[in-house]
Design a protein around this ligand. Structure first.
Ligand code: SF4
Ligand code: SF4
Length: 91
């Protein structure tokens, strides 16, 4: 992540839900994929560790890019529940 972006993300405020709002329909599909979600997500929410896709949903900016670029339409994308998620007024 470039330094300028990291500085800006630092200004955001999050209310973190216990449940992820980013859910894989079929986790096994991620193994046979170029995994564009990892490189395109501006907040580095996705990573590939221990042979599976890890999703740090707490850092999500709710931009929707991962849903658009997912090669296999494999993301059950929704906004966080009311009162949770990212708050931009400090950014
Ligand atoms: S919605 Fe945007 S910030 Fe959130 S995980 Fe997807 S690409 Fe990353
Ligand atoms: S692009 Fe979609 S199918 Fe591929 S790793 Fe990411 S979430 Fe999984």
């Amino acid at each position: 992540m470039n330094e300028g972006l990291a500085d800006r993300l630092f200004l955001l405020k999050y209310a973190i839900d216990d449940d992820s709002h980013l859910v894989l329909r079929d986790p096994t599909k991620c193994a046979d994929c170029q995994r564009p979600c990892i490189n395109r997500c501006p907040a580095e929410v996705y990573s590939w560790e221990e042979d599976k896709l890890q999703i740090a949903y707490e850092n999500c900016l709710e931009c929707g890019v991962c849903k658009i670029v997912c090669e296999k339409d494999n993301l059950e994308w929704r906004y966080p529940r009311g009162g949770f998620g990212v708050f931009y007024k400090f950014g």
